[in-house]
Design a protein around this ligand. Sequence first.
Ligand SMILES: Cc1cc2nc3c(=O)[nH]c(=O)nc-3n(C[C@H](O)[C@H](O)[C@H](O)COP(=O)(O)OP(=O)(O)OC[C@H]3O[C@@H](n4cnc5c(N)ncnc54)[C@H](O)[C@@H]3O)c2cc1C
Ligand code: FES
Length: 426
Amino acid sequence: MGTIIIAAGLLILAATSLQAAMGLYSVTARTLAANRLDRAQLALFRDRATTLLKRVDADRAHRELSWNGKRKFRIARRVYEDPNNDICSFYLRPHDEKPVPPFRPGQFLTFELPIPGQSQPVVRCYSLSDGPANEPQYRVSIKKLGAPPKAPEGTPPGLSSNFFHDQLNEDDIVEVFAPAGEFYLEQESERPVVLIGGGVGLTPVVSMLNWLVSSGSNREIWFFYGVRNRSEHAMYDHLQEIAKENPNVHTVIAYSQPTETCVKGVDYDHKGFVGVDLMKSVLETNNYEFYICGPPPMMDMVTKALAEWGVPDEDVRFEAFGPASVKKAGSGEDSKPEAGAPTFEVEFSRSKIKAQWAKNMGTLLDLAEANGVKARFGCRAGNCGTCSTALKQGDVDYVSKPGKEPESGSCLTCIAQPTSNLVLDI
Ligand SMILES: Cc1cc2nc3c(=O)[nH]c(=O)nc-3n(C[C@H](O)[C@H](O)[C@H](O)COP(=O)(O)OP(=O)(O)OC[C@H]3O[C@@H](n4cnc5c(N)ncnc54)[C@H](O)[C@@H]3O)c2cc1C
Ligand code: FES
């Protein structure tokens, strides 16, 4: 009997100890988990604070170092980026050797070029194509444009891109406006990101990629790049190296016309265009921030398909490189109002010129040019803000949505049409 009592007592003791041990274990586990959570939250908080501080520093540096109007830059280096030598990178250093402001990856520089034979300087925008540099330096990568394949004989090749490729050498000086643009990477975000570049449209998204990698971001990054084949494939080694060295970076290269020498699985991953079906085949969800830059048909197709896939508009950012001269030549505007059409009077106050505008005459920029008014422009597509002009009187409508909202009281003449009589400060 005594033995039974002792055994029962031992059993109760063991059960109690086990319960206590279990209790202790679960408290310890909870504490450890809570500590782990605290540590994780602390790390997250620290990361966010560091990112925000960096942003504040960058904004301050931008304010202090940015410049108004033009600044002289020296071409420090030229590097071809593709086997065809169609895309050339130009490394630019400030002629005054003073620091340059940081920029947001995706932004562009605007150049004013004194091209021989042109009645006024040619203004063009080029995206910054690299991440931040440790030295005062910017990089742009420019594609040399020939005449379009179906253009009539005698159509001139691209003015600015050919000037850069054929006339500008190392040590030459170019005049540049400060970095600008509303198409840029949300640097403070921690969400996974999809970067999509078509042809030379890879430039702003490579800048985003380089920034993400050099800032040590652990965001999930997908980089889709579409070109015809290996001969057009720009920054080949750079992209391969980034994908190899950063487990969070996934590159998907699509060739629309691979040749026999293009090796699938080595040079490229997919035969065809970069489209949303391709994205769906590798992305598990649509929960990404999407940044797209490429030829208009690709952008049109991708943005529509993303909307159909349920990606909210605010998660899709894009920029088109408007071919400046084509827009002008192809828009079919007339220099006189159509007979009987309603007209508005537009006064270009600084130039002391008044003109009648009707719908067949295109935009205010077209009207200015048709009347010999020297108006500045870059993209002719409402993206760059170069044509922003003070509206002293009257109202305008836009033929397409401005990529960059002008300041209040100003308008973007390249996409604006009057809805009343106007006075413009040009
Ligand atoms: C925000 C932004 C960023 C950009 N970033 C880049 C970049 O990073 N890299 C890059 O390479 N480009 C970029 N671009 C495009 C760039 O600004 C220029 O539009 C491009 O280089 C073409 O300019 P161009 O002066 O060489 O050609 P343009 O002289 O403007 O001519 C464009 C095309 O029109 C053809 N053309 C000329 N006249 C006629 C005519 N009468 N009829 C029919 N066709 C004609 C030309 O042959 C040429 O093919 C960017 C554009 C914008 C708006
Ligand atoms: S010329 Fe670029 S916004 Fe008008």
